[in-house]
Design a protein around this ligand. Structure first.
Ligand code: SR1
Ligand code: MG
Length: 396
C-alpha cells in the first residue's frame, strides 16, 4: 500500500489539495503553522493553524504502530474504523464528539476540530484537576451509541449489514492479546516492577480468576451488541472547564479507531479501570480530599449517566418486544460486564504492553504501592462483578 505519509513540512501542501477542508475549517493553507502533536500509540497527529485564528487537526494512520515503528506493522485501513466512529458520534452524540471534517480514504487522513484549548482527561486527572461533569458526558455518550447502533435503535436487517461492514479484526486482536491474554501469562511484551511480582504471580496462579477473564474475553470476541468505542480510556477523552469554573467541565470522546460491534459494558469498563488508576495516583500523591472524593465517585456517576440516558431513549426503541423487565436484566448484565472489563483493563495497564502514566510516573516507592493496589482491586472487581455496584468500586 503506497500513500503519502505526511510530515510538518508537507501538511500545508496536502491541505491545498483538499479545498473542502480549507473551506470547512477556514484555514489559509499558505499562512499555516503546522505542529506535530502525536501522543497516542498508533498514529500521527498535526495541528494546523493560520494567523487569523482558524485551525484544524489532521490525523493520519501509519502502516505500523507509531510507538513501535516498522517492527510492528498495522494496516492503515484502521482509519476507516475511526471514520465510522466519528460519523456515528457526530450523528448520535454531537455535543460529546469533536467536530468531524471528513476522511481521505486514499491517504488514511481524518480531519477534525482542533481541540488545542481542551486537555486530555488523563493529564487533567494526573494533575489533580477536577472537571465535574466530564464523567457524566462519557456515560451519556456510551449510552447514545449503545442504543443508537444496536437492536434498540436500528432495524435488525440493517443492523446486520452495519455489523458486517464494521469488522475491525486487526485492532480487536490487539485488545484480545494485550488485555485478555498476555498479562495473565509470561510474555515478552510484559514488564513490571519487581515490587509487584508477588501480585502478578498470584494473579497467574488464580484459576478462578483466569476462568472469569477467559469468559470476559469470550464475550468480547462474540457478543456483538452495539458499535462500541473499543478503547475508551481517559486518554481518549478531552475535557475543558465550563466558563468561569475551575471544577466543572465537559468532555469530548475521540480516537475511535478500535470501534467494533462488541459488548456495551466494555467501554464503561475501560473508564472504570482508568478511574482506578487515577484514584490510586490521587491517594499516592495525597491530593486534596475534595479531589479524591470526586474521583472515587466517578464510576457511579458515569454509570448513573449511562443508565439514565438508556432509559431516556428506551421508549423510542424500534422493537417493543424488548420490554421493561428485559431492560432491567440487560442493564444488570452491562453493569457486571463493565466491572469485569474494568478489572481486566486495569490489570493490563500494570503488567502488559502500553501502560498508563498515572501509575508509571509515580516515584518508585509510591508506584509499587499504587500498582499493587490496582492489581488487588482489579482482581476483586473481576471475581465479584455480579455483586459489586459502581458506587462501591473505589470506596475506601
Ligand atoms: C499496540 S497499541 C497499544 C494500546 O494503545 C491503544 O490506545 C490501545 O489501548 C492499545 O491496547
Ligand atoms: Mg488510542
Amino acid at each position: 500500500m503506497s500513500y503519502q505519509i505526511l510530515n510538518e513540512a508537507t501538511v500545508g501542501e496536502y491541505l491545498e489539495s483538499r479545498p473542502e477542508l480549507v473551506r470547512a475549517s477556514g484555514v489559509d493553507p499558505r499562512r499555516l503553522t503546522v505542529t506535530e502533536v502525536s501522543d497516542g500509540n498508533l498514529n500521527q497527529v498535526f495541528i494546523c493553524s493560520d494567523d487569523t485564528g482558524h485551525s484544524l487537526c489532521i490525523k493520519q494512520s501509519l502502516p505500523y504502530l507509531r510507538v513501535a515503528g516498522e517492527s510492528w506493522p498495522l494496516k492503515p485501513e484502521r482509519a476507516e474504523a475511526e471514520a465510522r466512529s466519528f460519523a456515528v458520534g457526530a450523528e448520535l452524540s454531537p455535543d460529546s464528539t469533536p467536530g468531524y471534517l471528513g476522511f481521505d480514504a486514499d491517504n488514511f487522513v481524518l480531519a477534525m476540530q482542533d481541540l488545542s484549548d481542551w486537555t486530555v482527561w488523563r493529564t487533567a486527572l494526573m494533575n489533580g484537576d477536577m472537571h465535574g461533569g466530564a464523567e457524566v458526558d462519557c456515560g451519556r455518550h456510551a449510552a447514545r451509541l449503545a442504543v443508537g447502533t444496536s437492536l434498540f435503535g436500528i432495524d435488525p436487517e440493517v443492523l446486520k449489514d452495519q455489523h458486517a461492514a464494521s469488522m475491525n479484526g486487526e485492532l480487536c486482536r490487539i485488545t484480545e492479546d494485550l488485555v485478555f491474554t498476555e498479562p495473565f501469562i509470561v510474555h515478552e511484551r510484559n514488564t513490571f516492577n519487581e515490587g509487584v511480582a508477588g501480585a502478578v504471580h498470584d494473579i497467574r496462579a488464580n484459576a478462578a480468576l483466569l476462568a472469569e477473564v477467559s469468559m470476559l474475553k469470550f464475550d468480547f470476541m462474540t457478543r456483538a451488541e452495539a458499535l462500541i468505542h473499543g478503547d475508551l480510556h481517559t486518554g481518549s477523552v478531552m475535557v475543558r472547564h465550563d466558563e468561569g469554573s475551575d471544577a466543572s467541565g465537559h468532555a469530548k470522546v475521540f480516537d475511535g479507531e478500535f470501534c467494533f460491534y462488541g459488548p456495551v459494558g466494555f467501554d464503561i469498563g475501560a473508564l472504570f479501570g482508568n478511574y482506578l488508576a487515577a484514584s490510586e495516583r490521587a491517594v499516592a500523591l495525597d491530593r486534596p480530599e475534595e479531589f479524591q472524593t470526586w474521583v472515587r465517585a466517578l464510576p457511579a456517576a458515569t454509570w448513573e449517566a449511562f443508565e439514565a440516558e438508556v432509559r431516556l431513549l428506551w421508549p423510542d426503541r424500534v422493537d417493543e418486544s424488548f420490554g421493561e423487565d428485559f431492560l432491567d436484566l440487560w442493564l444488570d448484565r452491562v453493569q457486571a460486564d463493565a466491572i469485569g472489563y474494568g478489572g481486566c483493563k486495569a490489570i493490563r495497564r500494570i503488567i502488559g504492553f502500553a501502560k498508563v502514566a498515572d501509575i508509571e510516573q509515580l516515584p518508585e516507592h509510591l508506584h509499587i504501592t499504587a500498582a499493587n493496589n490496582v492489581l488487588t482491586t482489579a482482581t476483586n472487581w473481576i471475581l465479584n462483578r455480579n455483586q459489586l455496584r459502581p458506587a462501591e468500586l473505589l470506596s475506601l
